[in-house]
Each structure stands twice: as C-alpha cells, then as structure tokens.
Ligand binder design. Structure first.
Ligand code: HEC
Ligand code: HEC
Length: 374
C-alpha cells in the first residue's frame, strides 16, 4: 500500500500539546484554586498557536494554510457525500479545514481575552497596567472569555466526532497519521527544511518555558510590603480581634458607619481597643474603594450602592462570588464566620486577592471537589 509523509513532527507534537492544553485550560478554568494550571495551559496554547499560524505560512506544503481546503463547494460535497464517498484527503478535508481554522482563531481570541482579563481584573501578566485603566471591563472580558471558550469546546467536540467518522467509518486511519505522520495516499513526501525543524523545536521549547514561568509567577506578592504602609494605629488597634480589612475593600459610606459606632461594633465593644479613631477614620476614608481604580474595589463601590448593604461579607457582589460554597462550610471551626476572609484568602489583610491564594482550611480534596462540582 502506498504511503505518503504529510505531517511533520512539529505539527504532530503541537497538535497533541494544543489538544491537551485546550482541555486542560477548560477543566482548570472551572476551579479557581487550580489557577496556576489554567495559566500554564493558557500560555502554552497561546505560544503554540502563534507558532502554528506562522508555520501555516512558512511551513511545509501540506501544512500551509494555502493547502487547506476552504471552498464552499467542496464543503457541501463533503457533507452531502459523507456516507458515500470515502475518499482520503492528503491534508485536511474541507470540514476539518474549517474546524481547524475556527479552533486556531478561537484559541487566539480566548487566550488574548484571557491576557486582557488577567491584566484588567488581577493586575497581572504582561498587560498588568490595564488593571488601572480597563478595570470596569472585567465583567465584559470574563463573559467574552467564557463564551469563546465554550465555542472552542463545541468546535473541538465536532472535530473529534469528525475524526472518529473519518478514522473508523471512512477507514482513512487519520488518527494513526497524526501519530506517525503518514497517510495511505500516493504523492510527494514532505521534507521539512533544517530552518523549519529548528523553528519547530524552538517554538515548543519557548512555549514550555513561558508556560512554566506564567504558572509560577508570584510577582504580585511584591505588594506584601504594603502592610508596612498601613498607619501603625490602624495596624495595631484594628487587629485586636480580627485580621485587618484593607481600606480599599469597603466604600467610604461603609467606613463612616463602622467608625461612628465602635461601641456597638458588630455586637462587640471595640472602643476600648481603638484609641485613635480619628487617625484611623481619616486613613480609611482616604483609601476607601472609591479611591482605588481597580476591578474588585470598583465592583464593591458599585455593588454597595445598589444593595445598601454596608458590611463587606453582606455585599451582594461578594455573596455572589461565594454562591458555590455551601453555607455550612462557613461554620467550620477554622473559619467560623463569613467575615473571616483571611481564613480562606491568604494575605487578604495585605490587600492581595489572587485565585492561587485561596485555601479552604482543613478540608479534604474530595470535600473541596464536592463544593466545586455542586
Ligand atoms: C473588640 C474586638 C474588635 C475590634 C477592636 C475591632 N473589631 Fe471589627 N469586628 C469585630 C467583630 C466581632 C466583628 C464581626 C465579625 C463577624 O460577624 O463574624 C467585626 C467586623 C468587622 C468588619 C465587618 C466584616 C464583614 O463582615 O464584612 C469590619 C469592616 C471591621 N470589623 C473593621 C474594624 C476596624 C476598621 C477596626 C478598627 C477601627 C475594628 N474592626 C476593630 C471585632 C472587633
Ligand atoms: C470558606 C472560605 C472562604 C471565605 C471565608 C471567604 N472566601 Fe472568598 N472565595 C472562596 C473561594 C473558594 C472562592 C472561589 C470561588 C469560585 O471558584 O468561584 C472565593 C472567591 C472570592 C473572590 C473572587 C476571586 C476571583 O478571583 O474571582 C473574592 C473577591 C472573594 N472571594 C472575597 C472574599 C471576601 C472579601 C471575604 C470575606 C468577607 C471572603 N472572600 C471570604 C473562599 C472563601
């Protein structure tokens, strides 16, 4: 039986890595504490897709976009004769060509919105400066990111079903071809040049390096030093009974209500601990959520005005973010109350709220999964 070499090692390896990354990123995207993994797969797929697009212009014959079949007539023919004409295509068949280009462009769009979101919402990544400029786009970007991800998931499932039909029903064994690179067809074998091979190796190494870096980047912790910027009165007196609530986590209207009634402070008398209420109040009002042009404080300012609830743990925006967590969990001895943000958000008192810093104390992995999969 004649064989022809159509898929270079670069295309086969990237195909596998892109498929793994897409499913890895989709899975980890549902679980905030798996955020490092999400960044790993997201960065990996981003660099690989860019490399694959470049290869689509400068790569070997069958792998170039010019060899993809984008003709509507061929596509119609392919579907009308799906169960009759069992021909094998050298490169991508018409349906696969369209699905591939959709997944490649969708993949670029989802990773770009992810990068924008990382900057706008968490002030991280190469676009971290966006946090101060596009923070009010956070919700829009999140929706766009999720919708495109869903579209990619659907396209990937269509691609898998199409592949299975081709492989088993048309008996073209295309799954094997993605492993060893050969197709049962007559024609000219593909020969990647040294430059093309070096490009492939370089792109894969670069993508893995960037992915490891993105997953392990904890540069946001540099802000930890912020703790020392708190006035000593606030730091000492307001942490007598609980960990500190950074000023940007409540609007000035809330801070005013809280500071005006220290005697009846949530059922406790805080007055005897707080010796410098004026200094503390001045500081809190000057740094309240309205003064922080970034995603979470901005959402709190907005949310609070709508709901008229002044406590952080009662603000509707914060409640919605914890909708997945069963109320009983907050009664856990290591947590005790919804107000104990610090119990699950390490470094909350220093104003850091990153998904990697979420730890639900004292619960097993199974319990944690149950919470998330509910
Ligand atoms: C006497 C102990 C005590 C002191 C001192 C104290 N607090 Fe509190 N604070 C509490 C208690 C108790 C709660 C209620 C926690 C709960 O409901 O679980 C609370 C709740 C809060 C909340 C609301 C958290 C939520 O549920 O959203 C804020 C904000 C807060 N305190 C700020 C301060 C500030 C600012 C100071 C310093 C001026 C301060 N506290 C000093 C005991 C204290
Ligand atoms: C029982 C542990 C627990 C407590 C207590 C808790 N949180 Fe959370 N919080 C979580 C978990 C888990 C998530 C992630 C939920 C998800 O995956 O959607 C989360 C998510 C968040 C988010 C969204 C983070 C993001 O990356 O989108 C914010 C903001 C937040 N919490 C703020 C607070 C504040 C403020 C408090 C205190 C008033 C608080 N949390 C108390 C467990 C907790």
């Amino acid at each position: 039986m004649p064989r022809i070499y159509v898929w270079s090692p670069f295309v086969r390896v990237t195909h596998l890595l892109i498929a793994l990354s897409i499913f890895g990123a989709l899975f980890s995207g549902f679980f905030k504490p798996l955020f490092s993994l999400h960044l790993f797969f997201g960065s990996l797929v981003f660099v690989l897709l860019i490399a694959r697009i470049l290869y689509g212009f400068f790569g070997t014959t069958y792998e170039r976009f010019s060899h993809f079949d984008f003709s509507w007539r061929d596509l119609r023919y392919y579907f009308l004769h799906l169960f009759r004409d069992k021909r094998s295509y050298i490169g991508h068949n018409p349906a696969a060509s369209w699905v591939m280009i959709f997944i490649i462009l969708g993949g670029v769009a989802v990773t770009l919105t992810g990068l924008l979101l990382l900057g706008a919402m968490y002030e991280r990544g190469p676009l971290d400066f966006l946090g101060k400029i596009l923070y009010f786009w956070g919700d829009f970007l999140k929706k766009a990111h999720q919708l495109i991800a869903l579209a990619i998931l659907i396209a990937s499932l269509i691609h898998i079903i199409g592949t299975l039909i081709e492989h088993f029903y048309h008996r073209t064994r295309i799954i094997d071809s993605m492993v060893h690179g050969y197709k049962p067809y007559e024609g000219k074998d593909l020969h990647p040049s040294i430059l093309q091979s070096l490009f492939g190796i370089g792109a894969i190494l670069l993508s893995l390096t960037i992915a490891f870096y993105a997953a392990n980047d904890r540069s946001y912790r540099e802000f930890l030093a912020l703790h020392d910027l708190y006035p000593v009165e606030f730091r000492r007196e307001c942490s007598s009974c609980h960990t500190l609530y950074p000023p940007q986590w409540l609007p000035s209207s809330s801070w005013k209500i809280i500071m005006q009634d220290l005697k009846g402070h949530f059922g406790k008398d805080a007055k005897e601990y707080v010796k410098h209420p004026e200094i503390i109040q001045t500081y809190l009002l000057a740094h309240s959520s309205e003064h922080h042009p970034s995603y979470f404080p901005h959402a709190i300012t907005r949310s609070n005005l709508q709901s008229q609830k002044y406590r952080l743990s009662r603000i509707s925006f914060i409640r919605e973010l914890h909708a997945k967590i069963p109320p009983k969990l907050f009664e856990h001895p290591a947590i005790k109350t919804r107000s104990n943000c610090q119990a699950c958000h390490l470094h909350f008192d220093e104003g850091i709220l990153q998904p990697e810093e979420i730890r639900i104390p004292d619960i097993s992995f199974r319990e944690a999964l149950q919470i998330y999969l509910r």
